[in-house]
Design a binder for this molecule. Structure first.
Ligand code: ATP
Length: 276
């Protein structure tokens, strides 16, 4: 990949990520070009990366670099012009149940005429029996603290709760990989902080692999084990930063940690260092 890597000295990935070295997702030499008004523009050129089982990987980069494009390739909704993506060694180029994407526009993604419970059950209604649907929905609602709102309609909920419904809707599929495109970008700071901690807790409980896009460097370092920086035009992974923070993180202590600050600084330098 040719990316520079930053890792705090003497530290390694968390135990659970280090225990199984086989990558869950492998991105191999992925290139994507779009043609607009007859002109072709290459957005991603030869992107390669590996994402381990249970790893939480953040993706940052300036606006328009190609972060969502990369996530769409990972989600199987966009076929790359060349290269491929593999899940546990098997290439895929269409959406698969084990890899679920949560988008930022939660308000529009939820069906306004369906209750929270019936929004959450949407993805499994046609393929599972009643008892299993009910069980999985209850579990997903419990994990996202939405039990009390199961019979509400989406518009009766706050933005943070609506985003939790979206996450519950993904959890009900019991995915191996969760892809999140700026999941908390539109939320206020406190709700955002709560959902970041919820996501970390959910990952510990379920063990799924997470890839998320964010514009917020602090969020990238706080939530991720490793952050990939997309840069250049066409874009590639220009740097990866491993914070070395323990997986169980306390919000206040983490913010004062030298590991947090070193990783944050490395990302800020990469993103804005050459700006006048
Ligand atoms: N379907 C498409 N057709 C044509 N061009 C596209 C398409 N999707 C994305 N692009 C272009 O590809 C480039 C990368 O877009 P992308 O949305 O992946 O960037 P991003 O890094 O996610 O941006 P942002 O941070 O602003 O959300 C942009 O120039 C965008 O206009």
């Amino acid at each position: 990949m040719g990316a520079r890597s930053s890792r705090a000295p003497g530290l390694s990935l968390p135990d659970d990520a280090a225990a199984d070295p086989a990558p869950r997702l492998r991105i191999e030499d992925v290139s994507v070009a779009f043609t607009v008004k007859g002109r072709e523009r290459t957005v991603l050129a030869g992107v390669s990366a590996e994402i381990g089982r249970g790893e939480i990987v953040g993706v940052v980069g300036r606006s328009g670099t190609g972060k969502s494009t990369l996530l769409n390739v990972l989600g199987g909704v966009l076929r790359p012009g060349s290269g491929r993506v593999l899940l546990d060694g098997t290439p895929f180029d269409r959406p698969v149940e084990r890899v679920i994407t949560v988008f930022q526009d939660y308000g529009q993604a939820l069906l306004p005429w369906r209750t929270v419970r019936r929004n959450v059950s949407l993805g499994i209604e046609r393929r599972l029996g009643r008892a299993e649907i009910a069980e999985r929905v209850s579990r997903a609602l419990a994990m996202t603290h939405l039990e009390a709102n199961a019979d509400d309609l989406p518009w009766q909920l706050s933005g943070g709760m609506q985003q939790r419904v979206q996450i519950a809707r993904a959890l009900v599929m019991e995915p191996d990989v969760l892809l999140l495109d700026e999941p908390f970008g539109a939320l206020d700071a406190m709700t955002r902080a709560t959902l970041q901690d919820d996501l970390l807790k959910l990952q510990r409980e379920t063990g799924f692999t997470v890839v998320f896009i964010t514009h917020d460097v602090d969020e990238a370092v706080y939530v991720a084990d490793r952050v990939l920086v997309l840069g250049g035009s066409p874009a590639n992974v220009v740097r990866e930063v491993v914070s070395g923070l323990p997986r169980e993180r306390d919000r206040l202590d983490t913010r004062e940690s030298p590991l947090f600050n070193a990783a944050r600084r490395a990302l800020a330098d990469e993103l804005w260092g050459d700006r006048p």
